[in-house]
Ligand binder design. Sequence first.
Ligand SMILES: [Mn+2]
Length: 346
Amino acid sequence: MNGWGSTSSIGEIAEWLKGKRRVTVVTHGKPDGDALGSTLAVARALRMSAARIDARCWYAGPMPEWAAALAEGTPWGLVERDGQPPDGTDAVVILDTGSWSQLEMVKPLIEKVAPETALLDHHLHGDEAVSGRRIVVTSAAAVCEPAAELCAAVLGVTGPSRLPAEVASPLYLGLATDTGWFRFSNVTPGTLRMAADLIQAGVDHSGLYRLVEQRDKPSRLKLMARALESMEFTAGGRVAVSTLKQQDFTESGASAAETGGFADLALSIEAVLVSAILTESEPPGGQGLLTKVSMRSKPGPDAVDVNEVCMHMGGGGHARAAGAKLSCGLIQAKSRVMKALEEVTV
Ligand SMILES: [Mn+2]
């Protein structure tokens, strides 16, 4: 993936979008706050632009519980519920990923509309073939940072502080969720300036916090208790690994969408440098075994690059947050992950 990087500019993409009638905005499967926030903001900006573009978002689930509330007023579809987007799309905007492996469900659409596609991302790796028109800002904490600039350009306003509140609001949500509400090491002065601009634009930030972070069901805390109960330590306590079996989901009544943030839990332990959570999953087609791995690490001089570790397992992500899918059962996956993390924490 040598050529992964920007091939275009915000101005060029805004200009290119002006000539479109119907735009479909997509992102990675199991969209998070940054994915939903950036796609909704871009779709809303296109709809409110002088060209009144018929923009919609199209997702592959599972969706967070709060997605429908956030998306209210903007047309959106879900592959599992609505199938592929209807014909007539003349451009696709892809946000928060550049990997075919994360775009499987919307790949037919992207291929059909290509080369009329554009991509904004902040991940370290991606497949160049997903789109030839790219902006990749790996220093951005969230894709919502470059997406905010695109929205401003599309709407012809001088900057994010002048965005309409309904555009600024999902952008703030993306910034906040990808930074753990502005606590993670990916926060830069630019992130906080952007957040300030968005609040100036009229974002109800405490309302968003309540919408996203204070809506757990008892099932999520029951599942969390099982994840905590399963926690094992290795490498002198520097590595923490938790596991969730299918049975844990059934018995707690929780869904796969309720595991958000579990990978961070062990980082509250002083000695832990890196944590991983392994989830026993249903492989597509129901054949064989699948374990999903999610890793987080603390910043600092002894920081573990979990992107590097996950890339060796066929996955990837960011230096402090990454994931992989292993084609094996939970027990085998656990020993593989523990061994890999022991090697990088010696
Ligand atoms: Mn992101």
